[in-house]
Design a protein around this ligand. Sequence first.
Ligand code: NDP
Length: 264
Amino acid sequence: MSFKVRDKVVIITGGSSGIGLELVKLFLAEGAKVAWCGRNQEKLQSTFDALSAEYDANQMFIHHCDVLNKQQVADYVALVIEKFGAIDMLVNNAGQGKVADFFATEEQDWVDELKLKVFSVVNMVNATLPHLKQSDIASITNVNSLLGLKPETHMVATSVARAGLLNLSKNLANELVKENIRVNSILIGLVESGQWRRRFEERSDQSKNWQEWTAHVAAKKQIPLGRLGKPEEAAYALLFLASPLSSYTTGSVVDVSGGLSKEI
Ligand code: NDP
């Protein structure tokens, strides 16, 4: 079965690591033209070099871009158009979470979290919209977190910001349907990626290795599937939602949390 994205153009923000990088690989394997960004050019270059061994370099485009910087976003989108001539799909994935409860969350933390979760999408949507409008398969797919529905006190600002993104995604779906642009999201639970690698490096109990430590986290969180998700497991859902295979789906939210969301 084909995802019908051969020669179509996708932008994936935060493509240099974790979920974003797995999605880059899936789209390349499907024959799409893939542009990915992150803030760190060296990280991007090493992903590009590694993937060049397997895929045609003409299918790939990297350039550093902070999705919170409107000028960089405008420049980045212009470069993608220069390279590929069109944009069919946008996947808003860039970001990270903030671990802090209410009392440990400073005013600037609130501003930073809300800005990251909302403007990472607003800036990219504004810049790509004129091009998405010209595509016959246009889609926007947002990586979001189960925290948007199930807030956790130790990540208060992230939970609030994620709920905001959930609302924004629905709003965009309702508004952009008249332009034939579908907008969907995934809600992830705990996925093994750069964020969890960083937390592993900073762990208090250094006696546990990666497998033991993630198994402990999964048990503590009572994840029904008994483990953290793999980045590619989130990427599969994103590929489906971004591609024409989900052509009758907009405004939807796919749960990729290992059963963590137990409510209907
Ligand atoms: P990673 O840390 O592995 O990847 C994050 C990517 O985003 C990197 O490529 C990073 O590159 C990029 N990035 C971060 N900030 C910006 C920015 N301002 N502008 C452009 N690029 C940026 O983490 P994940 O794969 O886990 O994260 C993917 C998404 O999933 C994030 O939005 C995250 O919040 C969300 N998520 C992840 C969960 C998990 O358990 N892993 C749980 C809930 C949500 P660089 O640093 O070079 O900019």
